[in-house]
Each structure stands twice: as C-alpha cells, then as structure tokens.
Design a protein around this ligand. Structure first.
Ligand SMILES: Nc1ncnc2c1ncn2[C@@H]1O[C@H](COP(=O)(O)OP(=O)(O)OP(=O)(O)O)[C@@H](O)[C@H]1O
Length: 268
C-alpha cells in the first residue's frame, strides 16, 4: 500500500517516551472516566486495549489536548499537557484519527484532506500538495476526485488517516481504526498502520487483539479508568500459555488481565 516514498517526521532510531502520571478526568457532572491513570511506554507502536467505557478515547482526547485535565499529566517526548507551551507543542506534533470520520458535504477526497492541512496552519497551496502525498500514502490516490460522501467505510477510514498525516506529524493517534470494517478492510488498515509505524509513533485504541503481535510493540490495558497492564507484547502474551496461536493467546491474555489474574507484569 502506498509507494513508501513519503515519510513522516519521526527520525529513525529516535527514542520516544510517553509518561502518564496520576491522570484524572471527570465529565460533567460526575462521570469519572480516568482515575489516577499511570503508565510509561517507550516502544511504539502502542496499542491501548480495554472494555467499552474504560476511558481509552478520553485518554486519547486528553493527549490531543481537546480535553484538559486538572489532575495529573501526560508527557510525550518532553512535552507535557500540564503547561500551555507543552500543549501547543503536542498539538503540532500529533495527528489524530477520531472514532468516526465524517465526510464533509460537497468536498472531494483531496479537498477534504487539503482542508485538514489548511486547518492545521498550512498554506492553501502547501495543503493541496500535501493532500496528494497523504492520499498516496493511504492508497486512495485513485479516489482523489471522488466525493468524500461516496467512499466506502474502509476508504473513509483511510481518508481520515490521510487527514491525520497531512502535516507529517511525528505521533499518530488512532481511535478504533478498525471499528465497523469487514475482515478485508481491517487487513488493509492494519497493513497501513504497520507501514506508518515505520516512521511515526503510533498509538492506537482498539478492541481487536488478533493483530496485536504482528503490528504492535507495547500494550496498555485500561479498565474502569485505571491502568491494568503496561508492558511489551511478549510480557502481555506471557499471561496465557494455552492459546494455539498468537491471536488466541492475545485474546486469552486480555481476558486474564481483565479478570485480574496473573498480574505479574502489570504496571504500576
Ligand atoms: N462527552 C461525554 N460526556 C459524559 N460522559 C462521557 C463522555 N464521553 C465519554 N463519557 C463517559 O466516560 C467514560 C469513558 O468513556 P470513553 O469513551 O473514554 O471510553 P472508551 O474506553 O473509549 O469506550 P469505547 O471502547 O466504548 O469507545 C464512559 O463512562 C463514558 O460513558
């Protein structure tokens, strides 16, 4: 997918650290979505797993700075959500795929991606050129003149990824990138994520454990707003010995961590 010639801005061999400290977030008036969430990761791509309502999207929205927490902080590459300067730096280095990609009425695929680039501060000309590059990267170059509203679910998800990468961010946040996709489309998006992860720090939230070992290097599990596991994929898979393949082991390990058994590798 893509020709691999377009690169995002993460330098090869660069160490990236994501540290989350005592992070709390409560939606008005009383829904406690995150409760002292604490973990630290420096191997990417990172997958964040957890049941519905666990707090995964809330965490990602806090990292994009769309939400602001009064308690605790997230620090990525030295930039902290706790300071105004840190939040500004985070906004400029993060690309974001929301759970739902909404086609803008009347815009063609390339126009929608260019519009995102313009919203992120690029000039009209630069955004238009970058949109072509981004569409190529997600293998949608043949659909650039198609109305965004006419794209299939999988194509729309890839359009959303093109919007997220149009300004070459160094970190890419993907909120449920496989939601609602059939197995073939999931395969396309999974392959694309693995490609993007070669030159950007990918953080994805998902319910899918099947591709865990092939795409990701670190796993965080959030349940009830707190961290239940943080470690490498190997440490995570060590929670299960019965699965016949890595997909089955990942599923069993996930259930095991959520049940609270065998938490030897859990952090904190
Ligand atoms: N805008 C909101 N207003 C009030 N409560 C919210 C809002 N968004 C999320 N919540 C609540 O916060 C908690 C965490 O939700 P969040 O969307 O972060 O979980 P999630 O792990 O991403 O779930 P899912 O896997 O279903 O997307 C849930 O109890 C949810 O109902």
């Amino acid at each position: 997918m893509g020709d691999g010639s377009v690169r995002l801005s993460r330098k090869e061999g660069m160490t990236v650290n994501l540290t989350v400290s005592d992070l709390r977030y409560t939606y008005f008036p009383l829904t406690e979505a995150l409760r002292d969430l604490t973990f630290s990761v420096d191997a990417f791509p990172l997958v964040i797993l957890g049941p519905n309502g666990a707090g995964k999207s809330t965490f990602l929205r806090l990292l994009t700075t769309q939400l602001l927490s009064r308690r605790g902080s997230i620090t990525l590459d030295g930039d902290s959500t706790a300071t105004r300067g840190g939040r500004r730096a985070l906004r400029s280095q993060i690309g974001w795929l929301p759970q739902t990609v909404i086609p803008i009425p009347g815009l063609r695929a390339r126009e929608q991606v260019a519009y995102s680039g313009w919203l992120k501060g690029m000039s009209r000309g630069a955004a238009w050129d970058a949109a072509e590059v981004a569409l190529h990267r997600v293998d949608l170059q043949d659909q650039e003149k198609v109305g965004a509203g006419r794209l299939s679910g999988g194509q729309l998800r890839r359009l959303g990824i093109a919007q997220a990468i149009v300004n070459a961010p160094s970190t890419l946040l993907l909120d449920e990138p496989y939601a609602g996709l059939d197995p073939e489309q999931r395969g396309h998006v999974r392959h694309l994520i693995a490609e993007l992860a070669e030159d950007t720090s990918v953080i994805a939230s998902t319910h899918q454990t099947e591709d865990l070992a092939t795409v990701y290097r670190s796993v965080v599990i959030i349940a009830d707003g707190t961290s239940r596991f943080c470690g490498s994929v190997d440490e995570f898979l060590a929670h299960d010995h019965a699965g016949v393949d890595t997909a089955a082991r990942a599923e069993n390990a996930y259930r095991s961590v959520l049940r609270g058994s065998d938490l030897s590798a859990a952090n904190p």
